[in-house]
Design a binder for this molecule. Structure first.
Ligand code: B3K
Ligand code: ZN
Length: 870
């Protein structure tokens, strides 16, 4: 396939200042008329041909300035339209008619059908599946869209911007015209038509503009949109208060659809969502679902400024909108909920998804330099590491400097398609700081490591910290330059307070941050009378790994006394990881860990959610990542179980007591405090489950549950720990009986079974693929059953006989012709195959080779498997 390179960027010879579209909707033959005002870019060669992108298109008619074009004047293939010598005028009108079949569109890119409605997805390159166009993000155009459809089938006709006109047509058809005054790239175009229910609300912006809000869902599901609506209004207010960003149209609409390749899409004024991230009530959704809805509603809304008003010059700049917008949604959730708890959850996600990506064959810089298929670059690196990079800019500049930089960025680039260089320049100019070396975070892949040792000289009252930086090699980047790493720290004294240190030598240190810039720093802190416990990377100030020579006593101390909550969690988590990875034999160490678990579980000064996060053992994949190679997932599973049982046994009485005390009878509330309480109680249930009476306890928890969070937690414990008992079987049946009609809720039922540890789960998953509620053609079903099996079931997926990989490869190949994007995304589950022990490694490679060797692979899947095998 073709390789696209950052350095090859050229502006196009033509521009499209105005785009007028008419859709005559039909399930199998929708006629799209595009009336494009085309201008030659000032300075472009006047003889250059006009070359428009297409994908799977059929051209029905073409005219320029009202005159039909003779066949000799153009060349149309499904993928391209070339007009050899367009008029030599400042602007001309190109009119195109194409015909597309929404019902045959199973790739869910372009115009497709979902639950009887019409819907679009254009990012990254879906617009070219609707009409021929300069389908690239630096072509900004003002859109007017006329939609025509039978009124009975599609009473609702939506597109971007404001509704300008509606009316009746012959034969029971009707139309609506939408106009979006903001020039936008084609990837932000959207259309929805169908028969949907609505929830309406109003929002008044800071400057008094009244905005009509609408959330459109399947009829009957309207009440399930209440939480999303509330989250939307809170997001709108937050962006005004924190960034001074107001909404800019008269309407803001959200549509929930059930067939969608990703979470949601930020189309201007018309966000389209996977219904999983809109619909919720306590009966059907967990606390995690509520938190995700809040975050994704906010994320898509925040794109209005970071993504839409200022968009990307090209797809290499994807992190310009995604990393920044993730950072914004993280901060929003931190403000709405608990900041430390949110931060811990973010870091866990980053480590679980981005670290393995950065440390494996698919590693790429936050701003990639090349791609074969852009859809494969909507990654944890671009999104999550991209967000961490923005967070580091704020750490370096401070909150005021950061806000000034953002203001300057908005002021300079509003209405433009910008680059990462533009973004960084705004912060440099606003703050007077040099971000040259810092910019490497965008250009170099790999997780940097800092190796750290300390010494205290009591006589000199000096504390010395030696820091050594390394950045590992990654595909196509063997040699790395040294990065600028802002390392937040504290020197914690015996009273738990941070030392006020004297002058520092060896590195720039300001506001509790060491600025690591070189390979080696020897940092000397003066005026330190006694040896402190060193608290490092507080708040996870940099997305790095640390190798610290540190006494376990210091970690035990920090786990109880560090003033930074994140670091307190980290200290305890490091101890747990140590115990699991090194399988420390010393009984004393394990006993101290268990003691500490008891202290944390009952420490009323800590939030419930924090305690739940601290008590959760590192996952099997986390442990595997620490071990780095020759991974035996069965051995990891056994160790983890043993530690969990030991902690539970030595705290049994206390855990039972806390568990009982956390029961709650009041009305359900989805807020962070209530969710935290449930989380802690459910964590304790998980600890108590393997002890005598565990199945009965979980069964009672299941039966008594008054919300999905508790019900799903109990079902998980039953199916994962007591799968063969009648209690587990009864609970599965009861769940199905109760929720069988709700596919989103049944996804949890599928997920819980797909993640049951042990080799036997593979057959269970195979059986579930024939369950009437399952279908390979819906991405949510596939991700729930197959995706979680492959990414969250270490023991069954990685069966030593290779049967898990083999089944998985078969499914990937089955999905591939229908939905290449979904297949490619699934296939990334095999990316860490090289760190497995030799037997599994060979089996995993066979599965990858089987995929790679099959005929007619899509660009999407070929790109993933070839890079994974390389
Ligand atoms: N921008 C979309 C993702 C599009 C993915 C295209 N393959 C959602 C988001 O990040 O907000
Ligand atoms: Zn986004």
């Amino acid at each position: 396939g073709q390789v696209f390179r950052l350095e090859d960027y050229r502006p196009s010879d033509y521009l499209i200042p105005k785009t007028s579209l008419t859709f005559r909707l039909h399930p199998d033959a929708t006629v799209v008329t595009a009336d494009l005002t085309i201008a030659r870019r000032p300075g472009a060669d006047r003889h250059s041909p006009l070359i428009l992108d297409g994908d799977d298109l059929v051209l029905k008619a073409i005219s320029i300035d009202g005159a039909l074009l003779p066949a000799s004047a153009y060349q149309a293939t499904p993928d391209q339209l070339i007009v050899a010598s367009p008029p030599d005028a400042p602007t001309f009108r190109l009119r195109l008619e194409t015909e597309v079949s929404p019902s045959a569109n199973s790739a869910l890119m372009g115009l497709f059908r979902t639950n009887g409605a019409y819907c679009t997805q254009c990012e990254a390159e879906g617009f070219r599946r609707i009409t021929y166009f300069l389908d690239r993000p630096d072509i900004l155009s003002v859109y007017t869209v006329r939609i025509e459809a039978p009124k009975r089938e599609a009473p609702l006709l939506l597109s971007n911007g404001n509704r300008q006109e509606t009316g009746e047509l012959a034969d029971g058809w009707h139309f609506a015209v939408w106009h979006d005054p903001f020039p936008k790239p084609s990837y932000l175009f959207a259309l929805v038509a169908g028969d949907l229910g609505a929830m309406h609300d109003m929002f008044t912006t800071a400057s008094g503009r009244r905005v009509e809000l609408g959330i459109y869902v399947e009829h009957g599901k309207e009440p399930f949109a209440a939480y999303a609506m509330d989250a939307l209004k809170r997001s709108m207010r937050w962006d005004e208060e924190v960034y001074g960003c107001e909404y800019d149209l008269d309407v803001f609409n959200i549509v929930a659809v059930s067939d969608f390749n990703m979470g949601a899409m930020e189309n201007k004024g018309l966000n389209i969502f996977n219904d999983k991230y809109v619909l919720a009530d306590e009966e059907t959704a967990t606390d995690a679902d509520f938190a995700n809805i809040e975050a994704i509603i906010a994320h898509e809304y925040f794109h209005n400024w970071t993504g839409n008003r200022i968009t990307c010059r090209d797809w290499f700049q994807l992190c310009l909108k995604e990393g920044l917008t993730v950072f914004r949604d993280h901060e929003f959730s931190a403000d709405q909920r608990s900041r430390p708890v949110k931060r811990i959850a973010e870091v866990r996600t980053l480590r679980a998804h981005q670290f393995p990506e950065d440390q494996g064959p698919l590693a790429h810089p936050v701003r990639p330099r090349r791609y074969r298929e852009i859809n494969n670059f909507y990654t944890a690196t671009v999104y999550e590491k991209g967000s961490e990079v923005v967070r580091m800019i704020r750490t370096i500049l401070g909150p005021e400097g950061f806000r000034q930089g953002m203001d300057l960025y908005f002021q300079r680039h509003d209405g433009q398609a910008a680059t990462i260089e533009d973004f960084l320049k705004a912060f440099e100019d606003a703050s007077g700081r040099d971000l040259q070396q810092f910019a490497l975070w965008y250009h170099q892949a790999g997780t940097p490591n800092l190796s750290i040792s300390t010494a205290h000289d009591a006589a000199k009252r000096e504390f010395v910290v030696e820091i050594e930086q390394s950045v590992p090699p990654t595909p196509s980047e063997a040699r790395k330059r040294m990065m600028h790493i802002p390392l937040a720290f504290g020197l914690v004294g015996r009273d738990g307070k941070d030392f006020e240190h004297g002058p520092v030598e060896g590195a720039d240190v300001e506001n509790g941050v060491i600025h690591v810039r070189k390979r080696r720093h020897v940092v000397r802190f003066a005026g330190i009378a006694e040896r402190p416990a060193l608290s490092l990377n507080r708040g996870f100030s940099a997305p790095i790994t640390l190798t610290v020579e540190q006494k376990p006593e210091d970690l035990f101390f920090l786990a109880r006394h560090d003033s930074d909550a994140f670091s307190r969690w980290q200290a305890y988590n490091s101890l747990l990881t140590d115990a699991l990875v090194a399988a420390r034999k010393q009984a004393a160490f394990a006993a101290k860990l268990a003691d500490l678990a008891g202290v944390i579980a009952g420490d009323a000064s800590l939030e419930h959610a924090f305690r739940a996060l601290a008590l959760a053992l590192p996952g099997e994949a986390d442990i595997a990542r620490e071990m780095a190679r020759d991974i035996d997932p069965d051995a990891i599973f056994e160790r983890r179980e043993a530690l969990a049982r030991m902690i539970a046994q030595s705290n049994e009485a206390a855990f039972r007591e806390h568990y009982a005390a956390l029961a709650f009878q009041g009305r359900f509330r989805p807020d962070a405090a209530s969710a935290g309480r449930r989380a802690l109680r459910n964590t304790l249930l998980d600890y108590l489950a393997p002890l005598p009476g565990g199945a009965e306890l979980a069964s009672r928890h299941f039966v008594d549950a008054t919300n999905m969070t508790d019900r799903a937690a109990a079902l998980t414990v039953l199916v994962h720990r007591h799968g063969e008992t009648n209690e587990a079987k009864a609970a599965l049946a009861a769940f199905e009986e109760r929720h069988g009609a709700n596919p989103l809720t049944m996804d949890k039922w599928l997920m819980i079974q797909a993640t049951a540890p042990g080799a036997a789960t593979l057959d269970k998953v195979k059986t579930l693929t024939r369950h009437p509620g399952f279908t390979m053609s819906n991405p949510n079903r596939v991700r729930a059953l197959i995706g979680t099996f492959a990414t969250a079931n270490q023991t069954a997926f990685n069966r030593p006989d290779g049967a898990g990989y083999d089944f998985f490869a078969g499914v990937v190949l089955e999905i591939e012709p229908r939905n290449p994007q979904l297949a490619a995304r699934l296939a990334t589950a095999l990316r860490s195959w090289r760190s497995l022990e030799p037997v599994r490694r060979a089996k995993a490679r066979e599965a990858l080779q089987r995929i790679a060797g099959s005929d007619d692979l899509s660009a999407d899947l070929r790109d993933i498997v070839e890079r994974t095998l390389a």
